[in-house]
Design a protein around this ligand. Structure first.
Ligand code: GLU
Length: 381
């Protein structure tokens, strides 16, 4: 039976990560929720989650989905042993086969809820290497701006063992960081962290974790209960660490109910660090800036109001740098106002400094980026 939800406000008060406090949410869905033991997609459940996502979208929340299930689905279709995880080649063939079906189902169920889906397959490198990280972040930003629901998965069919995330828990946390999301929900077959293996008698559920210390880490049991996905509690805690350090809260919740994004249920919440997110701290200190972007007073004001740095506000470019390098943003009085990852190399930055976006394509000879330094990749000083 559908839970009785009196008004949308009630719904959001009870639900995890309401749109009011979490404008951007990443939802990771584990393989066992997407694929049944016989190898078919659990379409009814997916339709429910699509309806949940649509309700959140109507309430103003931008939702990114990280969907597992390609290997599980493909393995069943190809009749591969061990859920397609007997060898890397098997996993890659299974992923390639399963992904095409998975994408189609997502497009269909979201389409039925009035939403457009987009597929992004990423590898670890895409989120580690700074230029590619900026590309992935910009694409996510644009899709969300267009009210599209990005569906992400690891590009398992090309990623080799050494460069794989291997589990979508950590991938989801990195995606949250790239997209500047405030919340991450890991939906799987378990409703949170227990003080020991939940199958053992006396295991106690932990509702909230303020700090991930060795005692919390010791609670993680290895392996995934369903045997379908690769992410056990160890990878979920690693994901929580990444998300929290980036300033996002992370919840582990069970997807073993219908409509898990609108039904209040038991979960474990990993609270975000109160201090400046680690990435911002890293941007603010640490590395030496490769160049300086001198800006006008209007730009300083815009940055302090939380906006991105637009080329129009730049008055002078100093230094030699490439796209993705760290630069310092300098106010008219010579004081540093911010540091961030630059979207252009120094020559192209100089070409568009002080000019409006309409003129950028002609000056650059290619489609311009949205900003010189995007606010998600910038720390104010
Ligand atoms: N990327 C894998 C898949 O689509 C899932 C990884 C995981 O189990 O977390 O099957």
């Amino acid at each position: 039976m559908e839970p009785a939800l009196a008004t949308p406000a009630d719904l959001w008060n009870a639900a995890l990560f309401p749109p009011s406090s979490c404008p951007r949410l990443v939802v990771k869905i584990g393989s066992a929720l997407l694929v049944d033991p016989a190898g078919s997609v659990r379409r009814g459940w997916l339709e429910g989650i699509a309806a949940d996502i649509a309700a959140r979208a109507r309430a103003g929340q931008q939702v990114i989905v990280v969907s597992s299930g390609a290997i599980a689905l493909g393995a069943r279709r190809l009749g591969l042993p061990k859920g397609g995880r007997a060898s890397l080649e098997d996993a890659q063939a299974a992923a390639a086969t399963g992904q095409i079906a998975l994408s189609q189902v997502w497009a269909e169920v979201l389409g039925a809820s009035g939403l457009v889906a987009a597929q992004m397959l990423v590898t670890l490198d895409d989120l580690e290497e700074r230029r590619r990280y900026l590309n992935a972040a910009a694409t996510l930003d644009r899709l969300l701006g267009l009210a599209v629901v990005p569906i992400l998965n690891e590009n398992d069919s090309v990623a080799t063992e050494e460069i794989r995330f291997g589990d979508n828990d950590r991938l989801a946390a990195r995606v949250a960081q790239a997209a500047g999301a405030q919340g991450v929900v890991l939906l799987s077959d378990i409703d949170g962290l227990y003080d020991r293996n939940p199958a053992l008698p006396g295991a106690v559920h932990i509702p909230r974790v303020e700090r991930i210390d060795p005692a919390i880490e010791a609670m993680a049991d290895r392996g995934s209960a369903s045997g379908m996905g690769s992410g056990g509690m160890v990878s979920k805690i690693a994901a929580a660490r990444i998300a929290n350090a980036a300033g996002a809260q992370l919840a582990i919740a069970s997807g073993r109910i219908d409509r898990p994004l609108s039904t209040p249920a038991r979960h474990t919440l990993f609270a975000a660090e109160k201090a400046a997110p680690a990435r911002k701290a890293w941007l603010a200190g640490g590395l030496t800036a490769k160049g300086m972007i001198h800006v006008d007073a209007g730009a300083v004001e815009a940055l302090r109001a939380g906006k991105s740095l637009l080329a129009a506000g730049a008055t002078r470019i100093e230094g030699r740098f490439s796209r993705g390098d760290l630069v310092a943003v300098i106010a008219p009085d010579g004081m540093g106002v911010a540091r961030g990852l630059i979207e252009y190399g120094d020559q192209d930055a100089a070409r568009i400094a002080g000019t409006r976006r309409e003129d950028h394509a002609e000056r650059l000879g290619y489609a311009p980026r949205a900003a010189l330094v995007h606010r998600n990749h910038m720390a104010l000083l």
